[in-house]
Design a protein around this ligand. Structure first.
Ligand SMILES: [Zn+2]
Length: 340
């Protein structure tokens, strides 16, 4: 079977792998149809000296497909069912897993496509407990954006930051995959959304997604504009993933008792923190990584209800490097999806 493998830093190859073995008793075999790209794929492609992994590695952390074969103990799936897969191999046994906090698994086997072989291959076997049905009417291309991009945003905004209707949220990089989803999800519950973008063309697109205010961070200091827009009060929630370039400015945008939730550091991983400001302003800073299986179900339900992902481009497996380069250069508006 065909698979897209990382053979060395910045070098992907289409390989011919041995056919997938039959699924184990508690597994299903999935025919992969669409793989969505995320920043973790860019990190993996660039090379991560500290990440434990062996090359060649099948890439792809987020995907959708159809059930091909069912293991002997599996109930609830049949051949042809559209599904998505959880993006990490959790143990299913530890306290966190039993409590449905899958992204806190104590014995996680690794992130698919990053530490261990991922989804960019024709057939993959997965434990049935990590496979989630796609509701009727949802395209597999859109469903492929649920397990990581949508579910991460769902987990950040609602489990972690506890965003409420009527509150104001600052969404950084509204043109990114998760930024564009965050704008739509926050607007859908009746929040006011301020977002940042890097050029005027993206500003128009972010407005079209429903953002109430759009700031071009290259021409304006976003902290100053947010203060003005909120009449010096600040926002209730900041959705961070840009990192070093924006983190301190983001804290300055928060109102007293505000919540900052972060899942990324694309512009750099280190910053300094004013501890006086942190406790006097009673900020809550929350790190967020991945999501639970429940968050994926919630995300698919939102997609089925019409909150669709913004698709920047669709590419073939052969064109994957072009997709990754586009993501790395921040030219994207929305998600890039590989079709199999
Ligand atoms: Zn576990």
């Amino acid at each position: 079977m065909r698979a897209l493998t990382l053979v060395s830093d910045r070098k992907l190859e289409l390989s011919e792998l041995a056919p997938a073995p039959p699924p184990g008793a508690d597994e299903v075999q999935i025919r992969v149809r669409a793989v969505a790209l995320n920043h973790i794929d860019v990190w993996g492609w660039r090379g991560m000296a500290f990440a434990k992994r062996r090359m060649p590695l099948v890439v792809g952390a987020e995907a959708a497909g159809e059930i091909a074969v069912i293991g002997g103990n599996v109930v609830g799936f049949k051949a042809g069912d559209p599904v998505v897969m959880y993006g990490a191999l959790t143990c299913g046994l530890c306290k966190a897993c039993r409590e449905g906090r899958d992204n806190l698994c104590e014995n996680v086997g690794g992130v698919m496509g990053f530490h261990i072989d991922g989804f960019a291959r024709e057939l993959v076997n997965m434990p049935a407990r990590l496979v989630i049905p796609v509701p009727a009417g949802v395209a597999l291309r859109d469903a492929a954006c649920a397990p990581i991009a949508f579910a991460t945003v769902q987990h950040m905004l609602f489990d972690n930051a506890k965003l409420e209707p009527g509150e104001t949220v600052l969404v950084h990089a509204g043109g990114s995959g998760i930024g564009s989803i965050a704008i739509k999800m926050a607007k859908a519950i009746g929040a006011t959304v301020i977002t940042t973008v890097g050029d005027d063309a993206k500003a128009e697109k972010a407005k079209a997604l429903g953002a109430d205010h759009v700031i071009n961070y290259r021409t304006q200091r976003f902290e100053g504009v947010v203060r003005k827009l909120t009449e010096k009060k600040g926002v209730d929630v900041v959705f961070e993933h840009v990192g070093a370039e924006t983190f301190n400015g983001s804290l300055l945008c928060l109102k007293r008792g505000g919540r900052l939730v972060t899942c990324g550091a694309t512009s750099g991983a280190s910053t300094t923190l004013n501890l006086m400001q942190l406790f006097q302003q009673q900020y809550r800073i929350i790190g967020s990584f991945g999501a639970s299986v429940r968050n994926i179900r919630e995300s698919l339900a939102k997609i089925a209800a019409g909150i669709l992902p913004v698709i920047d481009t669709e590419v073939t497996l052969e064109e994957a490097e072009r997709g990754l380069a586009r993501l790395e250069s921040r030219q994207v508006f929305g998600k890039i999806v590989l079709r199999l």
